[in-house]
Design a protein around this ligand. Structure first.
Ligand SMILES: Nc1ncnc2c1ncn2[C@@H]1O[C@H](COP(=O)(O)OP(=O)(O)OP(=O)(O)O)[C@@H](O)[C@H]1O
Ligand SMILES: [Mg+2]
Length: 231
């Protein structure tokens, strides 16, 4: 039986005292080990949804369960997030003055998940896993877009998260690189068993996932067969 890892029950999210209703009653169950994508037009609420699932923010109403824990019952969102969630963003968000290795070590500091003496070895191994063994001590300005995103992917894995969230991870790279990145995410999904949720505008990226959820105007309007996106 598939185990639910994320459950949204009638979740809403408003901004500016209700002036903007970014999510309007979202129901969604995501199962352990899924590789899924979320598509929809600009402004439909994809990032808002991802930020809630990533415990960066709380719903305005409704219930959001992550790994069986209701976010409404979590006092310290930062600690909760750092133990369970890995993030990958379109703009990479690497610290420019730190090396690839140091960037990957960052999330390990607060989580208490990785022993201090094991941090460097673990970060090194993660960079090797994403094919960056030759760039371990390079600063981000000396890396290509695809390499920067691979550092960001390695960083997202720092604390062995149960859930990895990627918001337009291929938005800033060419199509060949984006294909390589989605293959890397697929491999991580398979090898580590992590649940992966990818927000994307790119039908080819969505087609490489196992399940495609379609959003419109703050709601989920249905799912698409990934294969149908290739036609
Ligand atoms: N912090 C905020 N304050 C006010 N309004 C916000 C905030 N964050 C998002 N919104 C609004 O909520 C709606 C959904 O935004 P969201 O960023 O989730 O869209 P999106 O689907 O990710 O779009 P895109 O594809 O352009 O990234 C938009 O109308 C946006 O302007
Ligand atoms: Mg967005």
């Amino acid at each position: 039986m598939a185990t639910p890892v994320v459950e949204l029950r009638n979740v809403t999210k408003s901004f500016i005292e209700g002036e903007v209703q970014a999510l309007r009653g979202v129901n969604l169950t995501i199962y352990k080990g899924e590789l899924m994508s979320i598509m929809g037009p600009s402004g439909c609420g994809k990032s808002t949804l991802l930020n809630l699932v990533g415990a960066l923010d709380r719903p305005t109403s409704g219930d959001l369960l992550i790994d069986g824990v209701n976010l409404n019952d979590v006092e310290n969102l930062d600690l909760f997030r750092s133990r369970k969630i890995g993030f990958i963003f379109q703009a990479f968000f690497l610290v420019p003055t730190l090396t690839a290795l140091e960037n990957v070590e960052i999330p390990m500091f607060d989580s208490g998940f990785v022993l201090p003496q094991e941090k460097t070895q673990k970060a090194r191994q993660l960079l090797i896993d994403v094919g960056l063994e030759k760039k371990i001590n390079q600063v981000p300005t000396r890396l290509s877009g695809g390499e920067k995103q691979r550092v960001a992917i390695a960083r997202s894995l720092a604390n062995d998260p149960a859930i990895i969230l990627a918001d337009e991870p291929t938005g800033n790279v060419d199509s060949k690189t984006s294909h390589m990145l989605i293959e890397l995410l697929r491999r991580i999904n398979q090898e580590k068993g992590a649940t992966l949720i990818v927000v994307t505008h790119d039908p080819l990226i969505a087609a490489a996932t196992d399940r495609v959820v379609q959003m419109l105007d703050g709601q989920i309007i249905g799912e698409k067969d990934p294969k149908s996106l290739l036609k």
